[in-house]
Write a protein that binds this ligand. Structure first.
Ligand code: PMP
Length: 395
């Protein structure tokens, strides 16, 4: 067969990492690789009740097609929840998507021609990199420090990148680093985006999972021009299996997302939307989020303390105030992909950092997830990893 594929498929090959990660599915593996929530916290009993009530009360409606924009009562509730991020939204500013991943795909479809440039944090979320890549774009990575993107570097890059088309950021508990942007950087980002007239895509799946302090205002909270597209999701505060996320944007931008959604999949699952809406009526999602935070906070502390006590001193890692991940940096010259092979032999896994840098390099880092493994496995897994690190680096 000599079937011809579209050019974009060239860039969508199975990565070496994906092959290694398949090994993490072995039953006795302690995996810190995925970004999965803790399944034992899913409200299974409540959702049983919700499912029955929805089918009894409005079964025909729940199983029918519905509008592209999404179920109005749910859009209203989401608009209200945007207050948490200091965003004053109405139902008409919200489009319900099939997870925020769909919002990322649509972003690529709306803004990118082949050869256009996405400006992103270095490193950035692998799923976004791959979603944008399908639109045959290039990436300009902006260095980051503990306060977010370094704004002087962003300006320098924008000055010499005429084909920059969008700025993609994850300002709260970034995936993969766990870092959060300062308020000053959020404001400055808007100023620079305004100067270069670029849209900002603010991806915020983790902001509500803050263990310490207050949720800072989002970038969109300072947006007076309507250039910020905020992507939200219920995947981390509720259940990813429902595939429910949203786009919050100004009328002009949201219309584009609605148009693209119509041709992509008509609408998000009606029954999933009505079930979530019913859950929000019957139960207190904020209380549920508090439970998640309590558990993750304990797991973060356990992971970081065990790392501090057992990892060689040359190894550095971040102290996230929330979210799901910590980012581990090894001395220069150490390749986390090679380390991963040795870790897998000891039945412990992480994601090597190189894959989070769209332009390559930076192999001396890896991402660790603390939300998905129970406490005893976190301690055991980190100790196993410490053994591997000590064999490579000494104490
Ligand atoms: N953005 C970021 C930064 C993520 O980490 C994830 C999930 N890992 C997503 C988007 C996609 O999430 P979902 O489609 O489940 O809403």
């Amino acid at each position: 067969m000599a079937i011809k594929y579209a050019n974009r498929m060239e860039r969508m090959k199975a990565s070496e990492i994906r092959e290694i990660l398949k090994l993490t599915l072995q039953p006795d593996m302690i995996s810190f690789a995925g970004g999965l929530p803790a399944p034992e916290l899913f409200p299974v009993e409540e959702m049983k009740k919700v499912a029955v009530e929805v089918l009894e009360e409005s079964g025909e409606k729940a199983l029918q097609y519905s509008t592209t924009e999404g179920f109005l009562p749910l859009r209203e509730k989401i608009a209200q929840r945007m207050n948490k991020f200091n965003i004053n939204a109405k139902a008409e500013d919200i489009l319900i998507t099939s997870g925020s991943q769909q919002g990322l795909d649509f972003t690529g479809k709306i803004f990118l021609n082949p050869g256009d440039v996405v400006i992103c944090e270095s490193p950035s979320y692998l799923g976004a990199i791959n979603a944008f890549k399908a639109y045959e774009c290039k990436f300009a990575e902006v260095p980051t420090d503990d306060e977010g993107m370094i704004m002087e570097d962003l300006e320098k890059i924008l000055e010499k990148t005429p084909r920059a088309r969008l700025i993609y950021v994850i300002p709260d508990f970034q995936n993969p680093t766990g870092k959060t942007w300062s308020i000053e950087r959020r404001k400055k980002l808007l100023e620079i985006a305004s100067k270069y007239d670029l849209p900002i895509i603010e991806d915020n799946p983790y902001g509500e999972l803050r263990f310490e302090g207050e949720i800072p205002p989002s970038v969109k909270a300072f947006d007076t021009e309507g250039r910020v597209v905020f992507l939200g999701t219920f995947s981390k505060t509720f259940c990813p299996g429902l595939r429910l996320g949203w786009v919050c944007a100004s009328k002009e931008l949201l219309e584009k997302y609605i148009f693209v959604k119509q041709s992509a999949d008509l609408q998000t699952s009606t029954i999933a939307q009505i079930e979530l809406n019913k859950f929000l009526e019957l139960y207190d999602l904020d209380k549920h989020v508090e439970e998640i935070k309590k558990t993750y906070r304990k797991r973060r502390d356990l992971m970081l303390n065990t790392m501090k006590d057992n990892f060689p001193k040359k190894v550095k890692f971040t102290y996230p105030e929330g979210g799901l991940f910590t980012w581990v940096e090894l001395p220069d010259g150490i390749d986390a992909k090679e380390l991963m092979k040795k870790a897998i032999e000891k039945k412990v896994a992480f994601v090597p950092g190189g894959s989070f840098f769209p332009n390559g390099g930076h192999e001396n880092a890896f991402r660790m997830n603390y939300s998905n493994m129970p406490e005893d496995k976190i301690v055991e897994g980190v100790k196993r990893l410490a053994e591997v690190l000590k064999e490579e680096l000494g104490k």
